[in-house]
Ligand binder design. Structure first.
Ligand SMILES: [Zn+2]
Length: 279
């Protein structure tokens, strides 16, 4: 299994339960992370003993990977583009500023090298519209097909993965958040530590079909341990505190996915991302 994501912490806060679950089942679960989260903000105390934000966040990712039981982590060495409209968007190495074909070629190389049967990435709006998540999505969709094509030239031979899934933002949690935040005196259009996440627009635009629902209860503890590794990103009012956290604990030991390949038949509801995978 290969997950293609954008920043250190995407693997833990997003689909971490799924990754830990399959690792627990003996699957070799690999991660390709496009950036080192250079644009992430952190308290100066977290930088003590580190040369840069990137170095700190890479170490947090290594810690998380160990807790999730990942078989390997590779970086694409692009730079975090920051949220939409921020100065980091303009950096020449910013992931979101790269031609999609170029990023896809690098991802396709990793697919040929690792030969994953199942590939996971963000949904088409990158979960919450982070430009890097959208860039990783676009590149992975292209790479999934490039890797299997004779026309794509690489030092490694073609390899066609069997399944491609997009991880979906938890819908029940989203609807609950939109309902409860105004009661707490908070604006659901300005959510998150940087107040730049519009939850209402996610409810409206993120209405993707659910084709797979993965119960990761058996690996929930590993997910929590992995998330705790990203301590520099946990300060302030994050996604993981208060009533929203309570809701997640109560209903949240599931990851939802849309299946992009093979094309889903109507009414598809999988419980295992490896269903019908052949060796
Ligand atoms: Zn991210």
């Amino acid at each position: 299994m290969l997950a293609v994501l954008a920043h250190p912490d995407d693997e833990s806060f997003g689909m971490g339960g799924t990754l830990a679950l399959y690792a627990q089942r003996g699957v070799a679960v690999h991660l390709v992370c496009a950036t080192r989260g250079e644009a992430g903000e952190m308290d100066a105390s977290y930088l003590q003993g580190y040369a840069s934000i990137a170095e700190r966040r890479e170490e947090e990712l290594r810690c998380a990977a160990q807790n999730l039981g990942l078989a390997g982590v590779d970086f694409l060495d692009y730079r975090d583009s920051g949220m939409s409209g921020s100065e980091d968007n303009q950096h020449p190495q910013a992931l979101a500023a790269q031609p999609v074909e170029q990023v896809a070629a690098r991802v396709a190389h990793h697919i040929r090298r690792l030969r994953p049967q199942v590939v996971l990435t963000f949904d088409p709006i990158g979960g919450y519209k982070h430009p890097d998540h959208i860039a990783a999505h676009d590149a992975t969709v292209l790479a999934f097909h490039l890797a299997g094509s004779q026309d794509f030239q690489d030092v490694l031979p073609p390899y066609q993965s069997q399944k491609l899934y997009f991880h979906l933002f938890p819908k029940g949690w989203l609807r609950f958040a939109v309902m409860i935040l105004p009661l707490l005196g908070k604006d659901p259009r300005r959510f998150g530590r940087n107040q730049d996440i519009d939850l209402l627009s996610l409810v409206e635009q993120g209405n993707f079909p659910v084709h797979a629902r993965i119960n990761f209860r058996g690996a929930a503890q590993q997910k929590d341990l992995a998330a705790a590794c990203h301590s520099s990103q946990l300060s302030g009012a994050g996604l993981r505190r208060g009533p929203l956290r309570w809701f997640q604990d109560l209903f949240g030991n599931y990851d939802l996915y849309m299946r992009a390949y093979p094309p889903p038949e109507p009414g598809l509801r999988e419980r295992d991302l490896f269903a019908d995978v052949t060796t």
